[in-house]
Design a protein around this ligand. Structure first.
Ligand code: BG6
Length: 517
């Protein structure tokens, strides 16, 4: 295995010889302040601060960077500094302890309201004070909105009025939910766009920062072996699946307003679908990539209820059902599971069903793309398994393709096996960054490739808004499924009706006993 090791140094040495997807952008250099709005909230604790620390630890934040937390919670600097280690994993190990001390040393906190100019003026005084210590006049600000959507618009307006630099670069990172349907998304977008131009806005869909999602473009376009059969002539159906083994558990208030389609499918899974199906971009520049993504999205007609399976989990094995969660409104018709079939009306994909399925409280944690190829011509073979290309996004990143091979030994029968690129076996000592780390770094570098453009968002909402309105009205059928199961019991039939053929029972991954064949 030693040959296959990719050490960070070797990785750097190789980077000149592998095709690079990077291009040059305005990088926020020294003299940058990152302001995190919503600094005491859940997202900031779980994702933003750990990612900022991760980048700091790898020395990837701009030299001289300062981080300013802003939230309504009243606390002094000492209290804020005390909280930071609790946001960070393994804060107690020796190496981290010293780094966390340094990291807290560059972080400060301002408490204020989200709708009062005075609060933002107070923030401004704080920022100017920091900037006074910078050597040059040219300074930059990255504003990170880890905020509930209800305050997006006022905060964006107040920041523009009070904290926007006339000289230097301003950038804004915003998080989903970007509205609840096409109409509210457009309202939100136009409110923000009154003050910020598209170049300054970075809309995060954190799935675009995941290593395996970022890998898809390279995998598709740098491997003729795969790009050659990437169409309706070779591929029968595609499933993009998201499974979580826990329910809403106290987060029901937020979830119930959105449901699984808005929470996962309309954004995370649809983003993966566009990258799987878009045409080859002219270049790997952000706009060329996003132009192709929008084109394919526009070829997808709205999803119908008839082509969708919806479910809601009920209590089982000592675990509570969705409606048992006190934060969920009584009798809620919110789906916690959905499988939506999308079709793409273009010559490459016409007739291929794309099944996007996501569920909470299922039997495992897994996100994967499963591309199932068509049957080989019958005649010399009978009932031979189909090829399947699986891109496992998490856990344990992998790409493997199920193939048929001759049974080893004197036997001449075919048996199903796979060619397998499991990252942790192949790349033994490289670490894969968290999605948020990769995306914050992209935003600092001014690279929009992995962020959602306004017209992309618009097209995404067009696909889902009609069905969402019908579900919200209660006109959809919800199938119950037990907590910890694979989902609604009619799921297998639903997928089979859209062309998916399950592999023979003898197939087990990662090893198969020949005795079982
Ligand atoms: C978020 C959803 O966008 O993604 C959550 O709001 C979900 O409900 C999360 O749990 C999943 O992200 P990840 O990175 O854990 O797959």
């Amino acid at each position: 295995m030693s040959d296959s090791k990719v050490t960070p140094n070797r990785e750097r040495a190789m980077s000149g010889t592998i095709p690079s997807m990077e291009s040059s952008h305005d990088e926020l250099g020294e003299n940058t302040i990152i302001v995190v709005f919503g600094a005491s909230g859940d997202l900031a604790k779980k994702k933003t601060f750990p990612a900022l620390f991760g980048l700091y630890r790898r020395r990837l934040l701009p030299r001289g960077v300062r981080i300013v937390g802003y939230a309504r919670t009243k606390m002094d600097l000492a209290e804020f500094h005390k909280r930071i280690p609790s946001y960070i994993k393994n804060a107690d190990n020796e190496e981290n302890r010293a780094l966390i001390k340094e990291f807290t040393g560059i972080s400060t906190y301002v408490s204020g309201q989200y709708d009062k100019d005075e609060s933002f003026q107070e923030l401004e005084r704080h920022l100017v004070e920091i900037e006074r210590n910078y050597q040059t006049k040219e300074t930059n600000r990255l504003f990170y909105f880890a905020l509930p959507p209800s305050v997006f618009t006022p905060v964006s307006q107040h920041v523009k009025r009070n904290n926007y630099l006339r000289k230097g670069i301003n950038r804004l990172i915003v998080e989903k939910p970007f509205g609840k349907d096409l109409h509210s998304s457009r309202e939100l977008m136009s409110a923000i766009k009154q003050d910020w131009n598209e170049e300054e806005i970075f809309r995060i869909d954190h799935y675009l920062g995941k290593e395996m999602v970022k890998n898809i473009l390279l995998f598709r376009f740098a491997n003729i072996a795969f790009s050659a059969g990437w169409d309706k002539h070779s591929i029968s159906n595609v499933q993009i699946s998201f499974k979580e083994p826990f329910g809403t558990e106290g987060r029901g208030g937020y979830f119930d307003e959105f449901g699984i389609i808005r929470d996962i499918i309309q954004n995370h899974l649809l983003q993966v679908l566009t990258i799987i199906t878009m045409e080859r971009p002219v270049s790997f520049s952000a706009e060329d990539i996003r132009d192709e993504k929008v084109k394919v999205l526009r070829a997808i007609p709205p999803v119908t209820l008839e082509d969708t399976l919806l479910g809601q989990y009920v209590g089982a094995n000592g675990k509570p059902g969705y409606l048992d969660d006190d934060t969920v409104p009584k009798g809620s018709v919110c789906p916690t599971f959905a499988a939506c079939t999308l079709h793409i009306n273009n010559p490459r994909w016409e007739g291929v069903p794309f099944i996007l399925k996501a569920g909470k409280a299922l039997n495992e944690a897994k996100v994967e793309v499963r591309i199932q190829y068509r049957d080989v011509t019958q005649g010399i073979f009978k009932d031979i398994a189909r090829n399947e290309l699986v891109i496992r996004i998490q856990p344990s990143e992998a790409i493997y393709i199920k193939i048929n091979a001759k049974t080893p030994g004197f036997d001449t029968r075919a048996f199903p096996t796979e060619m397998d690129l499991t990252y942790k076996r192949r790349f033994t000592d490289t670490t894969i960054p968290e999605a948020y780390e990769a995306l914050i770094l992209d935003a600092l570098r001014g690279d929009h490739s992995n962020f959602v453009r306004d017209d992309e968002l618009d097209s995404a909402w067009k696909i889902f808004t009609p069905i969402l309105h019908r579900i919200d009205k209660g006109s959809a059928n919800l199938e119950e499924y037990p907590y910890g199961s694979r989902g609604p019991s009619s799921l297998d039939a639903f997928i089979a009706a859209r062309g998916y053929k399950r592999a023979p029972d003898a197939y087990f991954w990662p090893t198969t006993s020949l005795a079982s064949l």
